[in-house]
Design a protein around this ligand. Structure first.
Ligand SMILES: Nc1ncnc2c1ncn2[C@@H]1O[C@H](COP(=O)(O)OP(=O)(O)O)[C@@H](O)[C@H]1O
Ligand SMILES: [Mg+2]
Length: 317
């Protein structure tokens, strides 16, 4: 596998410009094209950390697209989603939705930004009060929802409560209630499945939108870019010892950057071949653990392959 990853290092997808596909939006990780009633979402191999795009990781776009697909397939009977078709292993054609201006974040543990807020004494910004005495990474009695407003480009997302969402008319009450019901259903399916595979789905972010009068879940679900996963059989010991949990995602990259004295300010260091390979292995391991099947990497130049597949699908001339 290692040789496979190494030979992919200079064939990854960094960026792709296809104006013929429609109006373009370039996110940190995805290149999106908007058509009348569809979007074409190309998940590149870009990786970001500390709000900077740092380079590419072999097979990352394919892993992310296929993991989202795995979860969309598993949950489509329970929660309607935006999927139309996958013309390529890292391209999704989806129903264009009118996005809800809030993100619905579900958490089963107190960690990350919620822990940092809690540690600083902020305990009530989501419309309920967190009890005193919680420890970092502690499991919550039941999953909580900590919504945030989707910030304009360049701004940080802001915490908000469901009452405030409704009071400010950001979302109609019935629509927002249904989004929370959907989020809880998705999260519960995710938790159960992850547990079967020896993993913990710690927290995750959902985006919803309206399409044809229907509320649907959009974007990506339960991928390592939108969720945190921990290794289940190490949880208790690490929690008891007050050490960080073992994550199967970007943890290594953050550690590597910190060791090079980069934490978001200044110019990020250039990723070496070794760290790119190590990260690719992490993504592949997560894919295999989570799905219980073996990832089949598509080797070769990603951009050429995508263009060919989009042509075959009649999306490009
Ligand atoms: N079905 C959909 N309809 C319209 N917009 C969508 C849909 N699904 C996802 N999006 C949007 O597409 C973009 C995906 O690109 P991404 O790289 O995640 O960007 P960002 O850096 O803004 O998160 C996001 O802005 C997301 O909200
Ligand atoms: Mg996004």
């Amino acid at each position: 596998m290692k040789t496979n990853i190494r030979s992919q290092l200079d064939q990854t997808l960094d960026d792709i410009t296809l104006p013929e596909l429609g109006e373009a939006y370039t996110g940190k990780v995805r290149n999106v094209y908007y058509q009348d009633d569809k979007i074409i979402m190309i998940t590149t191999d870009r990786v970001s950390a500390f709000d900077h795009v740092l380079g590419t990781i072999p097979f990352k776009g394919q892993v992310l697209t296929q993991l989202a697909r795995f979860w969309f397939d598993k949950t489509s009977e329970v929660v309607p989603n935006h999927v139309i078709d996958y013309p390529d292993p890292q391209v999704l054609v989806a129903r264009k939705a009118e996005m809800l201006p809030v993100e619905v974040i579900v958490r089963a543990y107190i960690t990350g930004s919620l822990w940092r807020e809690y540690e600083n004494g902020i305990r009530d910004q989501y419309g309920f009060v967190l009890p005193d005495g919680l420890q970092k990474d502690q499991r919550l009695p039941e999953p909580i929802i900590t919504p945030s407003t989707k910030a304009e480009y360049g701004d940080h997302d802001l915490p908000i409560s469901r009452e405030e969402i409704i009071r400010r008319n950001l979302v109609l009450p019935d629509v927002y209630n249904l989004a929370e019901i959907y989020a809880r259903k998705l999260f519960s399916i995710g938790q159960c499945w992850a547990a079967r595979q020896g993993l913990i789905l710690v927290d995750t972010k959902y985006e919803f939108g309206m399409s044809g009068g229907q509320l649907i879940v959009v974007d990506e679900i339960h991928t390592p870019d939108s969720s945190r996963y921990w290794v289940a059989d190490e949880y208790e010991a690490r929690f008891a010892a007050n050490t960080d949990q073992r994550m199967l995602d970007k943890e290594n990259l953050r550690q590597w950057l910190l060791a090079k004295n980069f934490s978001g300010q200044g110019t990020p260091p250039e990723l070496t071949a070794e760290i790119r390979i190590a990260l690719a292995e992490h993504y592949l391991t997560l894919y295999n653990r989570l799905t219980g099947s073996v990832f089949t990497p598509q080797t070769g130049p990603v951009k050429d392959r995508i263009i060919n597949n989009l042509r075959d699908a009649g999306l490009l001339k």
